[in-house]
Design a protein around this ligand. Structure first.
Ligand SMILES: CC(C)(COP(=O)(O)OP(=O)(O)OC[C@H]1O[C@@H](n2cnc3c(N)ncnc32)[C@H](O)[C@@H]1OP(=O)(O)O)[C@@H](O)C(=O)NCCC(=O)NCCS
Length: 190
Protein backbone atom coordinates (compact mmCIF):
# COMPACT_ATOMS: atom_id res chain seq x y z
CA UNK A 1 0.00 0.00 0.00
CA UNK A 2 1.40 3.37 -0.94
CA UNK A 3 1.70 6.31 1.38
CA UNK A 4 -1.23 8.73 1.73
CA UNK A 5 -0.52 12.33 2.62
CA UNK A 6 -2.65 14.38 4.97
CA UNK A 7 -4.59 16.66 2.63
CA UNK A 8 -6.36 18.59 5.35
CA UNK A 9 -3.57 21.03 6.07
CA UNK A 10 -3.82 24.63 4.93
CA UNK A 11 -3.23 24.65 1.20
CA UNK A 12 -0.88 27.06 -0.48
CA UNK A 13 -2.23 29.69 -2.82
CA UNK A 14 -0.20 31.45 -5.47
CA UNK A 15 -1.08 34.23 -7.88
CA UNK A 16 0.47 35.68 -10.99
CA UNK A 17 1.75 38.56 -8.91
CA UNK A 18 4.15 36.15 -7.19
CA UNK A 19 5.33 34.57 -10.41
CA UNK A 20 7.17 36.88 -12.80
CA UNK A 21 6.91 34.21 -15.51
CA UNK A 22 3.22 34.90 -15.92
CA UNK A 23 2.19 37.77 -17.85
CA UNK A 24 -0.98 39.22 -19.07
CA UNK A 25 -3.51 36.75 -17.88
CA UNK A 26 -4.66 36.91 -14.30
CA UNK A 27 -4.13 33.33 -13.15
CA UNK A 28 -4.53 32.13 -9.57
CA UNK A 29 -3.56 28.72 -8.21
CA UNK A 30 -5.66 27.36 -5.38
CA UNK A 31 -6.68 24.05 -3.87
CA UNK A 32 -9.46 22.17 -5.62
CA UNK A 33 -12.68 23.03 -3.77
CA UNK A 34 -15.66 20.83 -3.02
CA UNK A 35 -17.81 23.01 -5.31
CA UNK A 36 -15.49 22.66 -8.30
CA UNK A 37 -16.87 20.67 -11.20
CA UNK A 38 -15.13 17.32 -11.59
CA UNK A 39 -16.74 17.07 -15.04
CA UNK A 40 -14.98 20.29 -16.04
CA UNK A 41 -11.72 19.05 -14.54
CA UNK A 42 -12.02 15.78 -16.47
CA UNK A 43 -12.69 17.63 -19.74
CA UNK A 44 -9.69 19.88 -19.11
CA UNK A 45 -7.48 16.82 -18.60
CA UNK A 46 -8.79 15.19 -21.78
CA UNK A 47 -8.09 18.36 -23.80
CA UNK A 48 -4.62 18.83 -22.33
CA UNK A 49 -3.52 15.23 -22.93
CA UNK A 50 -5.01 15.06 -26.45
CA UNK A 51 -1.63 15.85 -27.99
CA UNK A 52 -0.12 12.77 -26.34
CA UNK A 53 -3.08 10.69 -27.49
CA UNK A 54 -2.33 12.01 -30.99
CA UNK A 55 1.19 10.57 -30.61
CA UNK A 56 -0.33 7.11 -30.13
CA UNK A 57 0.08 7.19 -26.34
CA UNK A 58 -2.76 6.35 -23.96
CA UNK A 59 -2.22 8.34 -20.75
CA UNK A 60 -4.91 7.61 -18.19
CA UNK A 61 -5.55 11.34 -17.75
CA UNK A 62 -6.46 11.60 -21.43
CA UNK A 63 -9.31 9.11 -21.20
CA UNK A 64 -10.30 8.64 -17.57
CA UNK A 65 -14.00 8.93 -16.70
CA UNK A 66 -15.28 11.48 -14.19
CA UNK A 67 -15.41 9.04 -11.27
CA UNK A 68 -11.74 8.19 -11.80
CA UNK A 69 -10.84 11.90 -11.83
CA UNK A 70 -12.76 12.32 -8.57
CA UNK A 71 -11.04 9.35 -6.94
CA UNK A 72 -7.60 10.44 -8.09
CA UNK A 73 -8.04 14.13 -7.24
CA UNK A 74 -9.25 13.40 -3.73
CA UNK A 75 -6.52 10.84 -3.01
CA UNK A 76 -3.90 13.62 -2.74
CA UNK A 77 -3.79 17.41 -2.78
CA UNK A 78 -5.24 18.69 -6.01
CA UNK A 79 -4.58 22.25 -7.16
CA UNK A 80 -6.23 24.18 -9.94
CA UNK A 81 -5.17 27.27 -11.87
CA UNK A 82 -8.11 29.58 -12.56
CA UNK A 83 -8.36 32.53 -14.91
CA UNK A 84 -9.81 35.93 -14.07
CA UNK A 85 -13.35 34.60 -14.65
CA UNK A 86 -12.77 31.69 -12.27
CA UNK A 87 -12.57 29.08 -15.04
CA UNK A 88 -10.20 26.17 -14.44
CA UNK A 89 -7.33 26.37 -16.93
CA UNK A 90 -4.81 24.05 -15.31
CA UNK A 91 -4.34 21.46 -12.61
CA UNK A 92 -1.80 19.36 -10.77
CA UNK A 93 -2.06 16.67 -8.10
CA UNK A 94 0.44 16.36 -5.26
CA UNK A 95 1.06 12.99 -3.65
CA UNK A 96 -1.61 10.99 -5.40
CA UNK A 97 -2.40 7.66 -3.81
CA UNK A 98 -2.64 4.77 -6.26
CA UNK A 99 -3.33 1.09 -5.87
CA UNK A 100 -0.83 0.41 -8.65
CA UNK A 101 2.69 -0.30 -7.46
CA UNK A 102 4.80 2.85 -7.18
CA UNK A 103 8.34 3.29 -8.48
CA UNK A 104 10.81 2.93 -5.60
CA UNK A 105 11.63 6.65 -5.67
CA UNK A 106 8.04 7.67 -4.80
CA UNK A 107 8.21 5.57 -1.63
CA UNK A 108 11.19 7.37 -0.13
CA UNK A 109 10.16 9.50 2.86
CA UNK A 110 11.84 12.68 1.60
CA UNK A 111 10.25 12.48 -1.86
CA UNK A 112 6.92 14.08 -2.78
CA UNK A 113 5.49 13.31 -6.20
CA UNK A 114 3.03 14.93 -8.54
CA UNK A 115 0.76 13.82 -11.36
CA UNK A 116 -2.05 15.12 -13.58
CA UNK A 117 -0.11 18.27 -14.49
CA UNK A 118 -2.21 19.81 -17.27
CA UNK A 119 -2.87 23.19 -18.84
CA UNK A 120 -5.62 24.27 -21.20
CA UNK A 121 -4.09 23.85 -24.69
CA UNK A 122 -4.84 27.45 -25.76
CA UNK A 123 -2.93 28.76 -22.74
CA UNK A 124 0.09 26.48 -22.94
CA UNK A 125 3.40 28.28 -23.22
CA UNK A 126 2.19 31.24 -21.11
CA UNK A 127 3.70 30.12 -17.81
CA UNK A 128 0.67 28.45 -16.21
CA UNK A 129 2.43 25.08 -15.97
CA UNK A 130 5.39 26.78 -14.30
CA UNK A 131 3.06 28.47 -11.84
CA UNK A 132 1.44 25.15 -10.92
CA UNK A 133 4.89 23.60 -10.41
CA UNK A 134 5.92 26.57 -8.24
CA UNK A 135 2.82 26.09 -6.10
CA UNK A 136 3.34 22.39 -5.45
CA UNK A 137 7.08 22.87 -4.93
CA UNK A 138 6.31 25.37 -2.20
CA UNK A 139 3.64 23.09 -0.74
CA UNK A 140 5.98 20.07 -0.73
CA UNK A 141 8.68 22.14 0.99
CA UNK A 142 6.22 23.22 3.65
CA UNK A 143 5.29 19.58 4.21
CA UNK A 144 8.98 18.84 4.81
CA UNK A 145 9.87 17.03 1.60
CA UNK A 146 13.35 17.57 0.16
CA UNK A 147 12.70 16.26 -3.35
CA UNK A 148 9.90 16.40 -5.89
CA UNK A 149 9.34 13.62 -8.42
CA UNK A 150 7.01 12.79 -11.27
CA UNK A 151 6.36 10.24 -13.95
CA UNK A 152 6.16 11.19 -17.62
CA UNK A 153 5.66 9.41 -20.92
CA UNK A 154 9.19 8.65 -22.11
CA UNK A 155 8.31 9.02 -25.82
CA UNK A 156 7.17 12.65 -25.29
CA UNK A 157 10.62 14.19 -25.70
CA UNK A 158 9.35 17.81 -25.74
CA UNK A 159 7.80 17.20 -22.34
CA UNK A 160 11.07 15.67 -21.17
CA UNK A 161 12.88 18.86 -22.23
CA UNK A 162 10.33 20.91 -20.26
CA UNK A 163 11.33 19.05 -17.08
CA UNK A 164 15.06 18.93 -17.81
CA UNK A 165 15.05 22.73 -18.26
CA UNK A 166 13.54 22.94 -14.79
CA UNK A 167 16.30 20.89 -13.20
CA UNK A 168 14.63 17.48 -13.11
CA UNK A 169 16.75 14.39 -13.79
CA UNK A 170 15.67 10.95 -14.92
CA UNK A 171 16.16 8.51 -12.07
CA UNK A 172 14.54 5.32 -13.36
CA UNK A 173 11.97 3.97 -15.79
CA UNK A 174 8.61 2.51 -14.96
CA UNK A 175 5.79 0.59 -16.61
CA UNK A 176 2.38 1.51 -15.22
CA UNK A 177 -0.22 -1.23 -15.77
CA UNK A 178 -2.63 1.11 -17.59
CA UNK A 179 -0.38 2.71 -20.22
CA UNK A 180 1.02 1.54 -23.57
CA UNK A 181 4.38 3.26 -23.09
CA UNK A 182 7.30 3.26 -20.69
CA UNK A 183 7.45 6.18 -18.26
CA UNK A 184 10.50 8.09 -17.14
CA UNK A 185 10.63 8.85 -13.42
CA UNK A 186 12.13 12.27 -12.78
CA UNK A 187 13.27 13.96 -9.62
CA UNK A 188 14.59 17.29 -8.40
CA UNK A 189 15.84 18.64 -5.08
CA UNK A 190 13.53 21.40 -3.81
C1 LIG B 1 3.37 20.26 -19.70
C2 LIG B 1 2.40 21.41 -19.51
C3 LIG B 1 1.62 21.23 -18.23
C4 LIG B 1 3.20 22.71 -19.42
O1 LIG B 1 2.29 23.77 -19.18
P1 LIG B 1 2.58 25.23 -19.81
O2 LIG B 1 1.59 26.14 -19.23
O3 LIG B 1 2.65 25.14 -21.28
O4 LIG B 1 4.02 25.48 -19.18
P2 LIG B 1 4.88 26.83 -19.25
O5 LIG B 1 4.18 27.83 -20.10
O6 LIG B 1 5.21 27.18 -17.86
O7 LIG B 1 6.18 26.33 -19.99
C5 LIG B 1 6.13 25.80 -21.31
C6 LIG B 1 7.48 25.85 -21.99
O8 LIG B 1 7.32 25.56 -23.39
C7 LIG B 1 7.52 26.75 -24.14
N1 LIG B 1 6.50 26.93 -25.17
C8 LIG B 1 6.53 27.81 -26.15
N2 LIG B 1 5.49 27.71 -26.94
C9 LIG B 1 4.75 26.75 -26.44
C10 LIG B 1 3.50 26.20 -26.80
N3 LIG B 1 2.81 26.61 -27.88
N4 LIG B 1 3.00 25.22 -26.05
C11 LIG B 1 3.66 24.78 -24.98
N5 LIG B 1 4.83 25.28 -24.60
C12 LIG B 1 5.37 26.25 -25.31
C13 LIG B 1 7.42 27.84 -23.13
O9 LIG B 1 8.15 28.95 -23.57
C14 LIG B 1 8.05 27.21 -21.92
O10 LIG B 1 9.44 27.11 -22.07
P3 LIG B 1 10.43 26.94 -20.81
O11 LIG B 1 10.38 25.50 -20.41
O12 LIG B 1 11.76 27.37 -21.32
O13 LIG B 1 9.88 27.82 -19.71
C15 LIG B 1 1.42 21.56 -20.69
O14 LIG B 1 2.16 21.65 -21.87
C16 LIG B 1 0.43 20.42 -20.82
O15 LIG B 1 -0.68 20.48 -20.27
N6 LIG B 1 0.81 19.35 -21.55
C17 LIG B 1 -0.08 18.21 -21.79
C18 LIG B 1 -0.22 17.33 -20.57
C19 LIG B 1 1.10 16.78 -20.10
O16 LIG B 1 1.89 16.27 -20.86
N7 LIG B 1 1.35 16.90 -18.78
C20 LIG B 1 2.55 16.44 -18.14
C21 LIG B 1 2.42 15.04 -17.69
S1 LIG B 1 3.86 14.44 -16.84
Amino acid sequence: MNRIQDTRQTPIEMTTAESPAIPKTDIRVRALAREDSIDALTSLLHRAYRAQVGMGLNPLAGRQPVDVTRRRATSGECFVACDGRGEMVGTVLLNEHEDARFPDLFLLPDVAHFSLLAVEPDLQGAGVGGLLLDAITERARRLGFARLACSMAEPDTQLGDFYLRRGYEIVEYWQWPYTNYRSAILCKAI
